[in-house]
Design a protein around this ligand. Structure first.
Ligand SMILES: *[C@@H]1O[C@H](CO)[C@@H](O)[C@H](O)[C@H]1NC(C)=O
Ligand SMILES: *[C@@H]1O[C@H](CO)[C@@H](O)[C@H](O)[C@H]1NC(C)=O
Length: 282
């Protein structure tokens, strides 16, 4: 089981669970990014690991030296005072000199995030100090505000440190899979009409299973060197073509993102919709 997930409810599996898809036994659950490969260390310097109680929980990407973008569902039922963001990592188990570790200063979940449908599944984390940018820690750009998601068939890449087993073993390093954008109507059909606006999907585009899996949530889908998607949810069986991988469409949130970041200057007051780590924590 993923950390903190009760019963079947791995964060990114919620919708599949609601659909009562065939369930496989827990012992066969889990894989890292499926059908992918380990990337060259630090070749994706924008990747962030969001960690609770010492364990990798979700991915994210660095937008600015104080700001990381992730998925809103990653923060459900979490005590943010115990959250850490790790940048500059490749092997999360190793004490890599490139790693920079941060506390979380403030979190802004999208105000219209809906935990059941996963609509607007995006959040911004403000780090408690600025990251030092360099070869191992760098920024990832956003798509143009309001741009359509990449056309069906576009090749994109999704990366993450999702677990390699149910015993919460980490992969040897950051994993990545190349996937293709799937037409929204086809995807919505596969999901029996459950998709909301500002979501889009990928599939492997061939007979192999490729995509994201548990604990890859929050990580970016990179198309033409921009973060077009944030990993949101998938089916119970990772890489299953019957339940294509679903992402938050970042271009629909660009205006919101810059609005939050713009208001979050050096000495900000509490932002609307912003939970401070010490507020509302269990
Ligand atoms: C940021 O948070 C980390 C982890 O909680 C802590 O070790 C560090 O002292 C904090 N730094 C600042 C500048 O508050
Ligand atoms: C998915 O299909 C349902 C049912 O036809 C529809 O109500 C919904 O708007 C569709 N979602 C998207 C994003 O097109």
């Amino acid at each position: 089981m993923g950390p903190g997930s009760g019963g079947w409810g791995r964060p990114l599996l919620t919708v599949a669970t609601a659909l009562m898809l065939p369930m496989k036994p827990p012992s066969s659950w889990g894989a890292q990014i499926v059908g992918g490969r380990e990337v060259r260390p630090h070749s994706r310097p924008y990747m962030a690991s969001l960690r609770f109680q010492g364990q990798h929980h979700c991915g994210g990407f660095v937008l600015q030296d104080r700001w990381v973008v992730s998925a809103a569902h990653c923060l459900s039922h979490r005590d943010l005072r115990k959250g850490l963001v790790v940048l500059g990592a490749h092997d999360l188990r190793a004490a890599e000199p490139t790693q920079q570790v941060f506390g979380i200063d403030a979190v802004t979940r999208h105000p219209d995030y809906h935990p059941v449908t996963h609509a607007n599944d995006i959040c911004l984390l403000r780090l408690n100090r600025s990251a030092v940018l360099g070869p191992a820690v760098g920024l990832l750009g956003l798509p143009r505000r309001g741009a359509r998601p990449p056309a069906a068939g576009t090749r994109c890449r999704v990366a993450g440190w999702g677990f390699v087993s149910d015993f919460e073993e980490l992969p040897p390093g950051l994993m990545e899979a190349e996937v293709r954008v799937l037409g929204l109507d086809v995807c919505n059909g596969s999901w029996r009409g459950l998709l909301s606006p500002a979501m889009f999907c990928t599939h492997s585009g061939d007979s192999h299973r490729r995509g994201f899996c548990s604990a890859d949530s929050g990580g970016p889908l990179v198309c033409r060197n921009r973060a077009h998607g944030v990993v949101s949810f998938s089916g119970l069986w990772c890489g299953d073509p019957r339940t294509p991988d679903v992402y938050t469409q970042v271009s629909a949130f660009v205006a919101w993102i810059w609005d939050v970041v713009g208001r979050g200057g050096p000495q900000p007051g509490p932002l609307p919709g912003t939970a401070r780590p010490w507020e509302g924590a269990p």
